[in-house]
Unconditional design. Sequence first.
Length: 600
Amino acid sequence: MPVKKLWKTCYELSRGHHLVYVFSLLSQILMVFCSVFSTFLIKVLLDTLGGLDELLSAPFFEQWVITILTQGRGPGYLIANQIYILPVAVVSFGAMTAIASFLRMSLRSYAASAINCSMQLTVFFHLESVSYPYFKKAKGGDLIQTCTRDLDVIRKFMIADLSNFNYTIWMVLFCFLFLLGLSWELTLVSMALFPVMFIYSFLLIKEVRKRYRKTDDSEARMTDRIQENIGAVRLVKAFNSEKREVENFENYLSDFRKNFISWRKMSSFFFASTDILVFGAKLISLIYGIYLASQGIINPGTLVVSFLFVNMMVWPIRDTAMSLSNLGQYLASIDRIRLILDEPLEDLESGLTPSISGHVVFNDVSFHFPDGDKDAISHVSFEVKAGQTVAIMGKTGAGKSTLALLLTRLYETDSGSIKIDDYDIKTIQKHHLRKNVVPILQDPFLFSKSISENILMANQKADLPQLKLATRVASIDETIANFKDGYETQVGEKGMSLSGGQKQRVAIARGLIAESPIIIFDDSLSAVDTETDLKIRRNLSTLERKLTTFIITHRVSTAKDADLIIVFEDGKVSEMGTHQELLLKPGLYKRIAEIQGRMV
Ligand code: ADP
């Protein structure tokens, strides 16, 4: 049931703030009641001015009101004291309306900000806690849209539209009940146009929205065009394309203008025609009310107050029809939000937490990606002793990086086993495993923070000497020292831009400071020049603690000193041995070594 899903999601997203939300709706109901009741008091006032007969023939609930206002003394007492009782009552209820309105606005603002935070946090928490393969399945752009636009749609639904529904329902209900008590004929005639107005507004606003979306889309296309042209300015200039690009942009512009005019026309028509219906409903009520009054069926007090009630009902009905027509958009947004919320969270906490020295054994491991058509790695077996360095080589797509994904359990093996220090990694707690096996990726990402914050995110407890050691081993210490702000230099989007090699070395320092016994350089040394590569590897060998080091690389010069070199071809291990051993075999490694040897 889509509507049930909508409720469930709103309930989940606003967890912890339900009470304040409900109170904001209750204060709105109180506000509506007070405003309807203070309007009704105008009838009591007019009837009182009309004299005793008028009051005695008033509907039963008006009699109750008089009894309450006069504390049981009756209509005669009210007529004698109307000079103060009624104005005081009208002002008191007006003041209560104002207090309830203030209460509602305060609670609503509080609920709005609290719910907004809780929505963002709930979705962000989920995104941070789902497993890695989910991000491969879901498209990044879609996720960002869900976190921004879809959440905004639901926030508006909860804060604005639900409160509008609440307002309309109670306003129509209270006005309807009072109106019915005053004159059922007038109620029927006055409300006859309401369903027509509601359905008409509901259907027509959909067309307005459709045209608005088209305008929005063409505006987005224009923005994309501008963005692309700014990004590709060199290309445009290189091929003398300035004039063509401007002409092209004019097409986008005229498309936008066409859509914009069509949207504005439709929305003007919507507001004009629904206004006519609203005024039509009021006119019918007034004319029929005058007719009933001229026949003596209702008195002037009923005529005036009925007209006021109709006036109070019509506008919220039109607004609710407009909000309700958004239901399709709410449901679509909810579907996208549910794709995140329904994703199971990754279990990071259960499992063993043994101390790890770094002995790694792959035993007949096979794996294929959920959407892959063949095994990414197939029947892979090898052993690396604690403290050894193993180089993984092979062509692009041979399965090298998949090893790193499996070793950190971002994906689980399909068959075979991976053991670290004799523990099958599936039995080790994921948090613990990822503390002990650290990958350094080829394309390093630095957050918009300082260099030290970027490095320390791998180990919050590290002190300055540890920070300095990590940057020295990564051979980036001197570069950082030359920056004006040293370790506090801001990097990332809003900070200083580092070269690819510098970023890479900061990422290596970040990997090293984690002080894990197993480290994987996933093509990351290939991004630095050969000299720095050699320097970093030399620095690594001087470390007191011995690391089990996996180096995924294309360079023979990087691989040749490793204790073990494993060559991958098409997901399988094709060769394994030391540099000298592999040079004796007529395989891929020898061929690569010869080619790279010739290039030097
Ligand atoms: P390498 O690191 O040797 O370049 P990978 O380990 O990245 O190769 O990839 C091995 C194989 O798995 C390739 O055929 C690649 O296309 C495929 N592959 C990699 N990542 C995914 C993925 N997320 N989904 C499906 N197939 C993938």
